[in-house]
Design a protein. Sequence first.
Length: 57
Amino acid sequence: MEQFTEDESTREEIKNKLRQNFDGKVVRKDLTKKIKEGANVPVYVLEFLLGQYLLLG
């Protein structure tokens, strides 16, 4: 089986495809995790708010 190595151009290509097809529906999990550490809010609420106000970075 061939090993897949991800480089920066591949990440950008994937992000662009996600924006084109799922704009407003993609949530960055790294941001959810950072905010969750200090907030007493369910994760699904944070994901909803991030989806409403932030774009995929």
